[in-house]
Design a protein. Structure first.
Length: 243
């Protein structure tokens, strides 16, 4: 059984109720269009996308955005990539999600499209500083200790980017635009706290990838394979890019 096609009330008023079903049948015989729903355009989840920089001080202004962001991180890094990371209530988090952190989120109509986390290289929280430095010091066994050519910087003008992702719901034709929004948002967030550079692990093809978006970066570590991904530490200049 399927529901009959809905018709305007005025059509029912024009003809006797007993004639209604005959009228509908005759109409269908005249055209097959009544049997086939017109194709609907696919919804683009990136339409009207926004960039929001979250901090502990402003999280309350954006409803469930922070929760949705942490849930999106779980979907990408735990469910899809299979990383063994802390999680609870469907959210992924770790020791670097602190009040010193800024979370840059690209979102549209409640859907998280992309995100990245930045934190100062001067950070201190218990035994931890920031991810690349802690890995170099052997505090994160899952990450290589030799990801950098030199000692990890501790500089108020350098912040670290981690947990960078683009959600699967972003169509291929829109991924570059969303990536550009994310990197612009990251640069602006870094500049807002006084940073001039951002260090992080990025795809090993970062020079070509970032050049397409107009950002300059310098390799500061060797090419490595982490969980099947070819990556490399890079130092990104955010001064010109954020302007």
């Amino acid at each position: 059984m399927v529901f009959p096609d809905l018709v305007p009330q005025r059509e029912l008023e024009k003809r006797p109720f007993a004639d209604f079903f005959n009228w509908r049948t005759n109409r269908k015989e005249r055209s097959h269009e009544a049997d086939v729903a017109p194709p609907q355009p696919a919804l683009d989840p990136t339409q009207n996308a926004l960039t929001t920089t979250l901090s502990v001080r402003n999280i309350h202004k954006f409803g469930n955005l922070f929760v949705n962001y942490l849930r999106a991180r779980r979907e990408v890094f735990i469910v899809q990539k299979g990383w063994e990371l802390p999680e609870t209530d469907g959210m992924e988090f770790d020791q670097y999600d602190t009040p010193m952190t800024r979370w840059v989120v690209i979102h549209s109509h409640g859907v998280v499209l992309a995100g990245v986390r930045i934190a100062p290289t001067t950070a201190r929280c218990g035994n931890h500083s920031y991810m690349l430095r802690d890995a170099q010091l052997g505090l994160i066994p899952q990450l290589p200790h030799d990801a950098l050519y030199e000692d990890a910087p501790v500089d108020k003008y350098i912040w670290e980017a981690t947990r960078l992702f683009i959600a699967d719901c972003v169509p291929a034709k829109r991924r570059l635009a969303v990536q550009s929004m994310l990197m612009k948002g990251m640069a602006s967030a870094a500049r807002s706290v006084g940073a001039t550079k951002v260090i992080g692990i990025v795809p090993a093809v970062f020079k070509r990838w970032l050049k397409r978006m107009g950002m300059n970066a310098t390799a500061v570590g060797p090419v490595m394979t982490i969980d099947g991904d070819r990556v490399q530490a890079a130092l990104m200049d955010v001064v010109e890019y954020a302007s």
